[in-house]
Write a protein that binds this ligand. Sequence first.
Ligand SMILES: *[C@@H]1O[C@H](CO)[C@@H](O)[C@H](O)[C@H]1NC(C)=O
Length: 289
Amino acid sequence: MANALLLPILACSLLAVMVSTAFAGNFNNDFDITWGDGRAKVLNNGQLLTLSLDKASGSGFQSKSEYLFGKIDMQLKLVPGNSAGTVTAYYLSSQGPTHDEIDFEFLGNLSGDPYTLHTNVFTQGKGNREMQFKLWFDPTKDFHTYSVIWNPQQIIFMVDGTPIRVFRNLETKGVAFPKSQAMRIYSSLWNADDWATRGGLIKTDWKNAPFIASYRSFNADACVWVAGRSRCPAARKMGGGGAGTWMDYRMDVTNQKRMLWVQSNYMIYNYCADRKRFPQGLPTECTVN
Ligand SMILES: *[C@@H]1O[C@H](CO)[C@@H](O)[C@H](O)[C@H]1NC(C)=O
């Protein structure tokens, strides 16, 4: 009797394991190392990727696939200790002069001083939409999940499942929105000590090199661009979210409150509040309700 009850449960959880294995990213299958002359490494059978930076060079990788809408998660553990001057960029981008782009950039800092998480959105080649945050945890101690939900209504930046920023589709108000150019995922670790830490005042201390950032648990529940067509996952699939959870995703009140909490406590720069920078008036998306 007990067995008869247990069996279906066992079978289900086995299936769930199989399904989630099938969808869990593998860096060997999903990414190409693009530069760094051996400084970028795929380890643990494709489960871990590390980028490294020393005085001679940084390193980087990009996704093999191009995506058009989806929920894309990556866990990152950033350069620990004195990481001043280093920048870990993690972003989605299409190509060409009118490209679209969704950016996370992590600006390193002196030991004990907080990283800056810099975000931006480019549409049709135009950016200038910077928002910067501190984090509510030390991003160098453990892996944390950085996600983008990108659907036809909005782009949501998330940290460990907490939304920190939304870029809404305001095409009806004349603001371009990324919706027709597929994007690849890119990441790189490089030296930017001419500007990154306190505006370039603090230089990279090469005594601490090589600097290392680590990546794991990549998951793209996303439409993949293949031969000029977008192929989306089924609306529901076992063990994974499926398009149903992100294609129509809108933040509920709880998530809106969480985003407000982050923005009131951890946001350190918001282009929409920078009137000096836009003397002719703030960008349209900043003034529409
Ligand atoms: C580094 O820490 C200092 C002091 O807390 C802070 O002012 C600065 O914004 C931090 N981030 C960067 C990238 O300089």
